[in-house]
Design a protein around this ligand. Structure first.
Ligand code: SAM
Length: 295
């Protein structure tokens, strides 16, 4: 029989340990959400959401001061990327079932994908981006304000979901893709367009995304690798390393590299200024031998 003192001491010890764990969890949660807030805020400002709405759904004809400057190859980036994804799935005989569009913004790529895939999930950590996508899903066409000079002088731009899209197949999730839950289910394909360098924990994303892709499924990453603090800082490399070599190293546990190409794009910052980029597009196939059972 335990005496009263022993019981009391045990109860006190349990209470101290439990409180300690709860405090540690709370501090950890606060630290994570503070860190995440920095990433969420960047893409939640109204002018950035409007910029991305124009980027995804307006036509270059509506930007006459930029039209002659933008190379033809950069005019239809989202459409060209989706054509590449569809052709690559066909080459690998992958069913065009479920696809995840990581960091989807207002959903331009998701809508293009819906012409070929049965189910498209666009996920973004920014709620205003997801709300904009949801609005495009509901109304398909509307005018959005875009600041012509980065200030209060605005013009309305006509936004339109591509005619080929099947809006009902597109679903938007407001999720941090670096911390997905198993309830997300599995996808035939995951596409990450110009979002990898924006993730709060890109290494964790690359290490974990294999859990959400079916046997033989594909991961397609398109990026210009403009890291906030270099690939070595963000992906954990040492010495002189390129982003592609780090991707190969991290992904090699679960993925086989298949092929690469380049796709150019433009992003209008205002009526007379645009960013032009040349995204490196890489295709990775999930290894079968390491996999646990898939549904
Ligand atoms: C540069 S935009 C790219 C939008 C679109 N994919 C494209 O190619 O035009 C990057 C997007 O990634 C989103 N993002 C950043 N961190 C994320 C995270 N942890 N989970 C999901 N989305 C994230 C941002 O909110 C932003 O909308």
């Amino acid at each position: 029989m335990l005496d009263k003192t022993t019981v009391s001491l045990t109860a006190i010890s349990v209470a101290i340990v439990t409180t300690g764990i709860a405090t540690w969890a709370l501090l950890k949660w606060q630290e994570t959400s503070k860190k995440l807030r920095k990433y969420v805020e960047k893409y939640s400002r109204m002018e950035v959401v409007q910029q991305y709405l124009v980027h995804h759904f307006a036509k270059l004809e509506d930007l006459p001061h930029l039209k002659s400057l933008i190379p033809r190859t950069a005019e239809n980036y989202h459409e060209e990327l989706v054509k590449f994804v569809i052709n690559t799935c066909d080459e690998h005989k992958i069913k065009k079932g479920r696809i995840l569009d990581v960091g989807c913004g207002p959903g331009g790529i998701s809508f293009h994908l819906s012409s070929a895939f049965q189910e498209v999930v666009g996920t973004d950590v920014s709620m205003p981006m997801i709300m904009a996508g949801q609005q495009m899903k509901q109304f398909a066409e509307f005018g959005s304000p875009f600041s012509s000079e980065g200030g209060k002088y605005i013009k309305l731009y006509r936004l339109r979901v591509p005619d080929s899209a099947d809006r009902e197949k597109v679903e938007f999730w407001n999720e941090d893709v670096c911390a997905l839950l198993y309830t997300c289910g599995k996808f035939e394909c995951v596409l990450v367009s110009n979002a990898l360098t924006d993730l709060n924990d890109p290494k964790a994303f690359l290490e974990n995304i294999g859990q959400y892709v079916k046997v033989g499924g594909l991961l397609i990453i398109a990026d210009v690798y403009h890291w906030p603090s270099g690939p070595e800082e963000c992906l954990g490399g040492e010495g002189l390393v390129s982003s592609f070599s780090l991707l190969k190293e991290i992904l090699s546990a679960f993925w086989d590299f298949q092929k690469e190409t380049n796709l150019s794009y433009y992003l209008a910052k205002c009526a007379r200024l645009a960013e032009v980029g040349n995204a490196h597009v890489t295709v990775w196939k999930r290894k079968e031998e390491l996999l646990e059972e898939d549904p």
